[in-house]
Design a protein around this ligand. Sequence first.
Ligand code: FCB
Length: 469
Amino acid sequence: MTRALVDGFPADFLWGVATSAYQVEGAVHEDGRGVSIWDTFSHSPGAIRNGDTGDVACDQYHRFEDDVALMTELGVGAYRFSVSWPRIQPEGRGPANRKGLDHYRSLVDALRRHGVTPMLTLFHWDLPQALEDDGGWTNRETAARFADYASLVGEALAKDVGPIITLNEPMVAAWLGYGNGVHAPGRKDESMALAAAHHQLLAHGLAATALRAVGAAEVGIALNLYPFHPASTDPGDVEAAQLADEHMNRFFLDPVFGRGYPSRILEHYAPRVDLGFLADEDLATISQPVDFLGVNYYTVQTVTAFEPSAPRETELPAALGIWSVTPPGVDVTAMGWPVQPEGLTEILKRVHREYAPSRIYVTENGAAFADEPGLDGTFHDHERVAYLQAHVDAVRVALDAGVPLAGYVAWSFMDNFEWAEGYERRFGLVHVDFETQMRTPKDSARWFAAQMRGSRRDAPPLTGSATPD
Ligand code: FCB
């Protein structure tokens, strides 16, 4: 069956923008919300750049109507947001907090009124602190609690939303949260990180089943995937790229798609870590069929086994003895991430070839740059426009090659709390003045609006929808 094409994309291609709860909502003490690990972590001295926290963030909890109106003005097809687990279950277990559910019901209704498809993520890293106090993701029990939470949210909202993403980037939550301590809950222990990875995957499988039982039609997971390229043809570098790929990509893809865990990584850890938590019977649960795979893509990782003078910071555990470098002549974003759009085509083709998910969404893609307002007060973020354009082109190349792509979601709708980097790193298509909460669409928002309409030429003038207090 051929699909009608608009500007090279299927006519029903979903164009979206994304955020996550802790990064934009604020209102951390409102309507019975419990404490999450990110509240605790962001208030720990030295954890976050400039001592920033998500206490207020973009105040989207109160301003979502305006934000949805601005999305509508842009012509956005989907809004990928996440539900804050501690708003629904303040202690991570027990009955639903009605006010928490009501908030997301209002958000979903506002989106639907404007014809924007709600794309709901259940877990974007803000684990209830009460569960962390019992071991968090290192505790197998947390997977069962997650399935309960998925049922509560699913019962209330599953029939009124589009794609549901169980987990966002379990690799990051495991290795930055429990491995190198850069993210909440700030633990530094490789055996904890491995257990956290496995229990999240188990949680994904249990939640997928729970969601289907309450009528969810489209369930998947969002993984951050990178092509790993060896920095040279030296066999050491080639080997490093393969091991890093097993560690960061295949450790998550393989079990979700029914292949169990990749063997070399288990052999690598087995001498030091008791892998008893990897119960064989869990593999059947983890490999529940998914309706789609979400791919979060930012960059290629070029890796070497020989310690370089200037390695890039990555999620790769230091003990692995593999370093990531920036290839010569490649531009980097404000995060220091190399700009390599061809890597997006490469990873999309690869997951299609090797895992054959029935549908793929690019669930995140975008870039941080140091945006400065022009004399007219608007943001001519030409680097972000160029980044997005090159990556959208890379998606089209993958589509042409037969990859079953169903949508592309830009990270992020608006500048927000960028985890350990606080507010200093801006990924938004819409600028946020964190003093006044004023929203100002950047040139990239105009560019994306035109792209979504199927033409890049006549971007419309846009006005911010929120006014300063
Ligand atoms: C991803 C996260 C998202 C955002 C982007 C820049 O790893 O899922 O919340 O921080 O990176």
